[in-house]
Write a protein that binds this ligand. Structure first.
Ligand code: NCD
Length: 305
């Protein structure tokens, strides 16, 4: 049985296969409409979510399966003090596969150790968010035609942004990738990514504070929200929250075929005036998130169509 805790739980070959499946689902959705008939997905969300939870549920419904779950810790037995391990033992009796989001780093991993059904990490604290990464990879590969030889700019809250951590780990495995890490000093990428991934694998990267200086170099600009809920005090959040605002003027500095991605939700970091720019790919990204989660559910359940 397989779980998905980080994007590296899939080899590059498996990942390619999964993305191919995502593209096939996009082209021929009807082929997959009953693939999960009789199967159930449980969504265990101990932290707020719109896209991740609903896209998982939509994905399972598109496959002809059913969904059950909870969308806040307060409405589950966690509020009575039940452990994640006990909860997952129970869920294994109700569902065939589950997606878990938790504010504590490592909680889905703890669950996977006692689970008799596949567990998908749907975001654990400031750590990892592998299914957002699958979404990002499918978006980039579909719209750019490749995952290698790209200059990737990651901008915003690189410290607490789990989507960034997972994306760097995944992209670092492709040829000719370099990163431009754009953040204020306080929100720089954590050491375990800088040293254990980038330095350890000899991946070229630079860290800068000003987005304008690097705009012309980028093939992808991955914007992120400042992660308010992970800050220790509100003052720091208020000081940093509008550090970057991508607007039309900054977009003029970018390549004509650069793509802007964002895991969403957006707060202020992308001005709405950018939404109509053909390079703005963040709403298309949402749609790829459904296809790739469909592909993931099929893969982890071992269902071939
Ligand atoms: C992200 C997350 O939860 O980490 N959202 C998402 O799943 N699309 C990004 C964020 O909350 O900023």
């Amino acid at each position: 049985m397989r779980h998905l805790m980080t994007p590296l739980d899939l080899s590059v070959e498996e990942l390619d296969k999964l993305l191919d499946l995502g593209n096939d689902i996009e082209k021929h959705p009807e082929k997959y409409a009953h693939a999960c008939a009789g199967k159930k997905l449980a969504t265990l969300f101990y932290e707020p979510s719109t896209r991740t939870r609903l896209s998982f549920e939509a994905a399972m419904m598109n496959l002809g399966g059913n969904v059950l779950g909870f969308s806040s810790a307060a409405s589950s037995s966690a509020a009575k003090g039940e452990s994640v391990s006990d909860t997952i033992r129970m869920i294994s009796c109700y569902a065939d596969i589950c997606a878990m989001r938790h504010p504590k780093e490592g909680a889905p991993m703890v669950a996977s150790r006692v689970s008799s059904i596949p567990v998908i990490n749907a975001g654990d604290g400031g750590h990892q968010h592998p299914t957002q990464t699958l979404t990002d990879l499918l978006t980039i590969r579909s719209l750019k035609g490749r995952l290698d030889n790209l200059v990737i700019g990651l901008c915003g809250d690189l410290k607490f942004g789990r989507t960034v951590h997972s994306l760097i780990k995944a992209l670092a495995r492709y040829e000719g990738i370099s990163f431009v890490l754009i953040s204020p000093e306080e929100l720089r990428i954590p050491e375990y990514i800088r040293e254990d991934v980038l330095d350890a694998q000899g991946i070229p990267y630079k860290e800068v504070e000003h987005i304008e200086d690097v705009m012309p170099d980028l093939d992808i600009l991955y914007m992120t929200r400042v992660q308010r809920e992970r800050f220790f005090n509100e003052e720091d959040y208020i000081r940093l929250k509008d550090f970057y605002v991508l607007d039309k003027k900054k977009m003029e500095l970018a390549k004509e075929d650069m793509l802007v991605l964002h895991p969403l939700p957006r707060v202020n970091e992308i001005s709405v005036e950018v939404d109509n720019d053909p390079r703005a790919a963040y709403f298309r990204q949402v749609q790829y998130g459904v296809y790739v989660r469909m592909a993931l559910i099929l893969t982890l359940l071992g269902i071939e169509v």
